[in-house]
Design a protein around this ligand. Sequence first.
Ligand code: DP6
Length: 333
Amino acid sequence: MGKIFKFKELDFRFKRGINMKRVTAKAPVNIALIKYWGKRDNVNITPYNSSISITLDNLYTVTTIEESNEFSFYLNGKKQTKEESQRVLLFLQNFASIDEISKINVFSTNYVPTAAGLASSASGFAALAVAANEYFNTQLEFKRLAAVTRMGSGSACRSLLGGFVAWNKTGEVYEITSPIKDLVLISVMIEEKQKPISSRKAMEITVNTSPLFPFWTIITNRDFIDMKHAIVSGQYELIGELTEKSARLMHATMLAANPPILYMKDDSIVIWDLIQRLRSRGVYAYITMDAGPNVKILTKSSHQINILEELKNLGFNTSVVSRIGEGARIING
Ligand code: DP6
């Protein structure tokens, strides 16, 4: 009896495990050097300004889509409620009919602190787009895939590619070739808490109320062109300066909004201060910050130990060091 039961159990697992349709994709986090902040069109997510990011090698999302008899979405192992799954459900309709979507499970795992300004929604939507394109055999070509991906989250379209990635305000997404290989990004964790205001909402308030917003778009679109040249020609100092300028200007523009949007915490400012001091001593180090209190430091691999030591002296022990990495891809199908 026991034997027969065991056999049946194995047979059942075989059917579920091997014959079940399943696709897994992996997509990296990207950090903008020239920031995207402000939507011209809230439906198609067309930005007011062009942006440039670097793709990170060790922070990413892995997403599996698997055959099932109902739709469920699991984030970091936890089944999400109907409300929490809504954004994913809507997004998937770019790839398949409701009927097809109602027969899948989506498992998404972030290898990065969620919603703490380390852009997990970017890697999340890029992984979901690449997995869905494959699972449903939608076969969107790259240009269309990028346009759909940014509807999930604007910055997600940059996670499709690797290295230095440009997202032009006209919609094109492409890699910028560069001789630079040794840049690293140190992400200093200040808080892992969910951010108090989503970047989506904060962006809308900034566009509608910040008197600095018109300056932001004009200056950023100019800096985008300068940054592209700096990357192509390997001008480290200019890359660093434009990176820090973009973060400063974005946060100043947000702060001028009504109500003001302030993501910085005291610790963010302490690190900002440290980096200015290190730079005056000849260390290659530039700050950037997104929609959260965590600080990212752009540096060279040869300077990273020095910076990590200085951070430790000030009590900042949780940092992640990332190199430039590859774009999104299917890891099994
Ligand atoms: C500060 O791409 O998260 O990280 O399009 O509303 O989803 P939505 O916004 P999102 O904004 C990212 C803003 C940023 C800067 C950047 O990554 O360019």
